[in-house]
Design a protein around this ligand. Structure first.
Ligand SMILES: *Cc1c(COP(=O)(O)O)cnc(C)c1O
Length: 351
């Protein structure tokens, strides 16, 4: 099997192989999702996730099928008039595009790759109902620092929603700085795709209740009613939930993982610069710890990827506008120190 540094779907935790068999043998995969055994499994998986990710007690956790689904849940159930999207990459842009289809008055505001969103020159921050931010922009390897999220929280009175798809499960998130966080599990959770995690504040729930959207199978209030009694609105991805539960028992608490990933990211960035690679994101303040993007001309990017593959290493393609001129390296918890030694050996030898 090749060693993949793709930033999603990404390398799985190695024990997932064993857990797949365990899942089959447990009988849970054929069980009615209204049965006690299934409900207990669901409840335990969420309880362990809450502990390991250090989610505040008053925040609620629901499972969905993907981050993309969460884009629509937020647009349907938390935005009645318009949201404001601050973004600098392809995933933030996609979220804005999906929201605009449902809520045409929504606005978008872009900012530069090496910059933070400029709150001073933003349109009236009091106006939008929901402010939408991308914590970790997987397409270009940028991230919003905690202190920026806290500053925004201090200035903006409405609901804040954050896409943390490629950071949740690896980076310690400042939960209290926002109201609706979400991710899918094929990035930092080291799990196969097909499951999303949504973490919601009491403020967001109050807001959803005021709006009262119950028109959709995945309306936030309907999701909530189901999860409060360990139910799901539809027959769920029971294998995904089983694997999530098992892996959440294994992983280190998020503060440990956070330290580990941050150290590994800065070592890798130093290594790359020393070996004459160019990082796409020059400002270390806004550089992601979980997705590193290397910039080079298209021909060089192609040959690096090809040579890597010949050695059994898969590097991530660029994404969106950076498709041909960058390659991306995931720094997710399921990747080991050994994996990074192998990567560095390769990158060092060809620079
Ligand atoms: C991968 C990703 C998504 C999409 O996730 P799906 O599971 O395909 O819905 C959304 N936002 C970000 C930041 C991502 O990295």
């Amino acid at each position: 099997m090749n060693l993949t540094f793709y930033p999603g779907p990404s390398k799985l935790y190695p024990q997932v192989g064993r857990y797949l068999t365990d899942a089959y043998e447990s009988g849970l995969l054929s069980m009615n999702h209204r049965s006690t055994a299934f409900m207990e499994m669901l409840s335990r998986a969420i309880a362990d996730l809450r502990i390991k990710l250090e989610i505040p007690e008053e925040y609620e956790v629901y499972l969905t099928s993907s981050a993309t689904e969460c884009w629509e849940i937020i647009a349907q159930s938390l935005v009645s008039t318009h949201s404001l999207h601050l973004y600098n990459g392809a995933f933030g842009q996609k979220w804005f595009d999906y929201t605009r289809k449902l809520r045409p008055a929504s606005q978008g505001l872009t900012f530069g790759l090496n910059e933070l969103p400029d709150l001073e020159s933003s349109p009236d921050l009091a106006a939008p109902e929901v402010l939408c931010l991308t914590h970790n922009e997987t397409s270009n390897g940028t991230a919003l620092p905690d202190q920026m999220l806290h500053r925004i929280r201090g200035r903006y009175p409405g609901i804040i929603a954050v896409d943390a798809t490629s950071s949740m499960g690896g980076i310690a998130l400042p939960w209290l700085a926002a109201d609706a966080w979400y991710a899918s599990v094929q990035k930092c959770f080291g799990l196969p795709p097909g499951l999303g995690v949504m973490v919601v504040s009491p403020r967001a729930i109050d807001h959803a209740e005021r709006l009262g959207d119950r028109k959709h199978y995945n309306s936030l209030l309907f999701l909530r009613e189901n999860f409060l009694t360990n139910q799901t609105p539809y027959t769920p991805n029971s294998l995904g939930i089983y694997l999530l539960g098992r892996v959440m028992q294994d992983v280190l608490p998020i503060t440990h993982l956070n330290t580990l990933l941050n150290e590994r990211a800065s070592e890798l960035a130093d290594f790359l610069v020393r070996h004459n690679y160019r990082l796409l994101v020059e400002n270390p303040q806004v550089r992601s710890a979980t997705v590193l993007a290397i910039q080079a001309e298209a021909g060089k990017v192609r040959s690096i990827k090809q040579e890597a593959l010949a050695q059994g290493i898969i590097l991530g393609n660029g994404y969106g506008p950076w498709k041909d001129t960058t390659l991306r390296i995931a720094n997710f918890p399921a990747l080991t120190e050994q994996d990074f030694s192998k990567l560095k050996l390769f990158l060092g030898s060809r620079s």
